[in-house]
Design a protein around this ligand. Structure first.
Ligand code: LIP
Length: 290
């Protein structure tokens, strides 16, 4: 049975609380990078898939603040609550440091992502990028903002006039690497895009689509916590976000599908789907049978 929508008053309060929680973690990220603190690095799925003590400390800060203010909301979070199944109930979906690899290397492309989903649909998002001094926010139906100023996607529909963002997966199998190389080659040689960009944070790249810095970003291998908050921000900025292998006009996004394609418009996001399908991207990165 679906959950009733949250009132505008509750959503407004939830946004304030999420912004405050994200700021606490963002301040810690800033301090760690400024001071070049010693990191205790653990490996997860591969040598490139890392977690530090600060991912956990940031998560603790965020979850404590969210649960104090909204004790009845469920929580899915990357480091300590990653096995929570998303239900129709209001659910915080948190990545305390999105772009951990970049964080480990003191790079700018990392930040805090806090989304709120109801009936499995993201309705509120905050993405705080401390090294960029940028805070992206959105509530469904109320627009998307960067540092409080309204933002919108680009008007690019022609791939030859687009900047497209792809990512380097944690899975470095021959099939996974071949899929990414094939996609990037087609973007460069056949579609002749203006540029291909690769950074380290899905949330940052989706927000870059939202403010018109990128025209298409698609990835397989990411999780709900990488994309939930930014999905609302992209949609409220006039862009589209959907499952990476669904070219239909339904624009469905299954947060548990391990991938998505987002663009300034459906022409661009469908290009991500075409490339992903043609190069067997999803099966290659997720080690699925062909
Ligand atoms: C990261 C994503 C990024 C992806 C990385 C990793 P994390 O999230 O933001 O898009 O390419 O493999 O999944 O692990 O830093 O929270």
């Amino acid at each position: 049975m679906s959950h009733p929508a949250l009132s505008p008053t509750v959503l407004a309060r939830a946004l304030d609380i999420a912004k405050a929680a994200a700021a606490m973690a963002a301040n810690l990220i800033d301090e760690c990078i400024d001071r070049r603190v010693a990191l205790e690095i653990e490996q997860k799925s591969s040598s490139a898939d890392m977690v530090t003590q600060y991912d956990k400390q940031c998560e603790e800060l965020v979850l404590k603040h969210l649960s104090t203010e909204f004790p009845d909301f469920a929580v899915l979070s990357e480091e300590t609550k990653s096995d929570v199944v998303i239900t129709d109930a209001p659910t915080w979906i948190v990545d305390p440091i999105d772009g951990t690899t970049s964080f480990v290397h003191n790079s700018f492309d990392c930040g805090v992502s806090i989304g709120l989903a109801v009936n499995k649909r993201p309705v509120l998002g905050v993405v705080h990028l401390p090294r960029m001094k940028e805070v992206f926010t959105a509530i469904e139906g109320q627009g998307a903002f960067l540092n409080g100023r309204k933002i919108s996607v680009s008007s690019i529909t022609d791939p030859a006039k687009a900047i497209v963002c792809t990512h380097v997966p944690y899975n470095r199998s021959s099939a996974s690497v071949a899929a990414l190389l094939g996609i990037n080659r087609e973007l460069m040689q056949d579609l002749k895009v203006h540029a291909v960009r690769t950074y380290g944070s899905a949330a940052m790249d989706m927000c870059s689509v939202a403010c018109g810095r990128l025209d298409l970003y698609f990835e397989v291998g990411i999780h709900a916590w990488d994309m939930a908050a930014a999905a609302v921000i992209v949609r409220e900025a006039g862009g589209v976000v959907h499952n990476v292998d669904d070219p239909s006009d339904k624009m469905n996004l299954d947060l548990s599908s391990r991938g998505m394609s987002c663009g300034s418009n459906h022409e661009m996001s469908k290009l991500g789907t075409m490339l992903a399908t043609k190069h067997n991207y999803r099966a290659a990165v997720l080690d699925l049978p062909v």
